[in-house]
Design a protein around this ligand. Structure first.
Ligand code: UDP
Length: 422
C-alpha cells in the first residue's frame, strides 16, 4: 500500500504537553487534543512534531509516540511546573529554542498549528521570521473566560491583545464549535478567517465495554444508579453545582445512588484546594457514603467509568468544547451539561442528554432525576449520543478535515511565494 507523504507539520502547545498524564493540574483537553490530532495526522501521512515546554528536568526531551509522531520538549525558563498565567515572559526563549531546533535539524516547518494564546504569540512571531502558514486553535477565549470568573489575572490585558492579533493575522483560525466562532466574532474581532472543525474522541475505545463489564471492573453493582463527573478540579468546572444537585431530595431518594467524582489533584496546589473544598461540601451535605473520589484515572481506564455510569454530568460554568461530554456520549452514556459554549453543540437537548443553565443546582437535579427515573429513555439517549459522536467527532474524521485545510494552506504558500514569476 502506498503511504501518502504530506510533509512536515509542527503542532505547538507551549503549556499543554501532549506526552504527559492527563486529568490533573493544567493537563486536560488541550493535551488530549494535540496528542490525538498529532497521531491521527501521522496516520494520514504527515510527519508530526509536537512542541511543548519542558516542565521537569527529568523529562525525556523527545518522546516518540508512533510512526511519524513525536513530542519535543524545548527549554524555556526553569524546567519545572509553571502556572500558565506566568509563562508569557518565557515565550521569547521558547521561540528561539524552536528556531534553533529547526536549524540543528536542517529543516523548516512550512505549517504550524498553534494551541492556546501563549502558542499563538509564538506562531505570530515566527511568521515575522520565516515563511510559514499559521493555523491556530484557541481552546479557551479570554474574552469569554473572564466573564465567568470572579478575579481576572494580571495577564488578562496581554492575553486579550494577543488573541485579537492572532485572529486578525493568522492564516486560519479553527473554532471547535459554531458557538466558539460566534464568540470570536462578537467578542474578539470581525476580521480574520475562521473555520469550524470540532474536537474528537476515540470511538473504538470509548463504547467498547458493556455497562456490566464497566461496573464489575470498578466495583459497582448492577442495581446502582451511577452519576459520574470526570475532569480537573477547577472552580469553573462547577463540581459544586453537581454535588448540590445530587443532594436535592428528588435525586437523593433514588435507590442505590452513587456519585463518582474522578480527576487528579495535588495537595497544596490550586486543584488540591478545590478538591478539599468539594470534599468539604460533600461532607456538609451528608453525601460521603455515596460519593467516591477515585483520583486521577488513566485516560485508557476511563472507558470503564463511562460505561458504568447511568449519566455523566458536565456542570462547567464555561466550556470551550468539553471532551468529557463526547467521551461519555461515545460510550453510550447520556450527558447532563451546562448550556454553555461547545456543550450546546455536542449535547443535543432531549436527544443525547439534557442541558441546564450553569450553576443552577435545581435544574441539574431535575435533569439527573429525569434520566435516572427512565431507564428506557436513558438507553435511547445513550444510543443517540453514540451515533452523534460516530458521525461528527471521531479523531480520524477531525484529522481529515484538518488535513484538507493544511493542504490548502500549503498550496497558498506555494502559489504566493514559491512559484517563480513568469
Ligand atoms: N481526564 C483523564 N483522567 C482524569 C480526568 C480527566 O484522562 O482523571 C481527561 C478526560 O478524559 C478529557 C480531558 O482530561 O479527555 C479533559 O478535557 P475537557 O475538554 O473535558 O476539559 P479541560 O480539562 O480541557 O478543561
Amino acid at each position: 500500500m502506498l503511504t501518502k507523504n504530506r510533509g512536515k507539520i509542527a503542532l505547538i502547545s507551549v503549556h499543554g504537553d501532549p506526552a504527559i498524564d492527563i486529568g490533573k493540574e493544567e493537563a486536560g483537553g488541550q493535551n488530549v487534543y494535540v496528542r490525538e490530532v498529532g497521531e491521527a495526522l501521522a496516520r494520514q501521512g504527515w510527519q508530526v512534531d509536537m512542541f511543548t515546554r519542558c516542565s521537569d528536568a527529568g523529562q525525556d526531551k523527545i518522546v516518540e509516540h508512533s510512526h511519524n509522531c513525536r513530542t519535543i520538549r524545548l527549554t524555556a525558563g526553569p524546567q519545572e511546573f509553571i502556572a500558565r498565567q506566568k509563562i508569557f515572559k518565557y515565550l521569547p526563549e521558547f521561540l528561539e529554542a524552536f528556531i534553533q531546533f529547526q536549524h540543528e535539524q536542517r529543516t523548516i516547518y512550512p505549517i504550524i498549528h498553534t494551541n492556546y494564546w501563549l502558542s499563538a504569540w509564538v506562531g505570530m512571531e515566527l511568521k515575522k521570521r520565516q515563511l510559514v502558514q499559521h493555523l491556530h486553535t484557541y481552546h479557551s477565549l479570554g474574552a469569554v473566560k473572564y466573564r465567568a470568573v470572579n478575579t481576572v489575572p494580571m495577564i488578562a490585558k496581554t492575553r486579550l491583545k494577543v488573541e485579537q492579533q492572532c485572529l486578525e493575522t493568522a492564516d486560519l483560525v479553527i473554532a471547535t464549535s459554531p458557538q466558539e466562532e460566534e464568540h470570536m466574532r462578537s467578542l474578539v474581532s470581525t476580521k480574520g478567517k475562521i473555520t469550524v472543525i470540532p474536537c474528537g474522541t476515540d470511538i473504538s475505545a470509548f463504547g467498547s465495554i458493556s455497562t456490566e463489564a464497566g461496573r464489575a471492573k470498578i466495583g459497582l453493582q448492577p442495581e446502582d444508579k451511577v452519576v459520574l463527573y470526570v475532569g480537573r478540579f477547577d472552580p469553573r468546572k462547577g463540581i459544586e453545582t453537581l454535588v448540590r444537585a445530587v443532594s436535592q431530595s428528588e435525586v437523593r431518594k433514588q435507590q442505590n445512588l452513587k456519585l463518582i467524582i474522578a480527576g487528579g489533584s495535588t495537595p497544596g496546589r490550586k486543584d488540591g484546594k478545590e478538591r478539599e473544598r468539594i470534599e468539604g461540601i460533600v461532607n456538609e451535605l451528608g453525601l460521603q457514603d455515596i460519593t467516591t473520589f477515585p483520583g486521577l484515572v488513566q485516560h485508557q481506564d476511563l472507558i470503564y467509568y463511562y460505561a458504568a455510569a447511568d449519566v455523566c454530568v458536565v456542570p462547567s460554568h464555561y466550556e470551550p468544547f468539553g471532551l468529557v461530554a463526547i467521551e461519555a456520549m461515545a460510550s453510550g452514556t447520556p450527558v447532563v451539561a451546562s448550556q454553555v459554549g461547545g456543550l450546546k453543540y455536542t449535547v443535543v437537548d432531549e436527544v443525547t442528554g439534557l442541558l441546564a443553565p450553569p450553576q443552577e443546582e435545581q435544574a441539574f437535579a431535575s435533569a439527573i432525576n429525569q434520566i435516572l427515573s427512565n431507564p428506557s429513555w436513558c438507553e435511547q439517549l445513550g444510543q443517540n449520543a453514540r451515533e452523534r459522536v460516530e458521525s461528527k467527532f471521531s479523531w480520524d474524521g477531525v484529522a481529515s478535515q484538518l488535513d484538507r485545510q493544511y493542504l490548502s494552506e500549503l498550496n497558498k504558500l506555494h502559489r504566493e511565494f514559491l512559484t517563480p514569476a513568469v
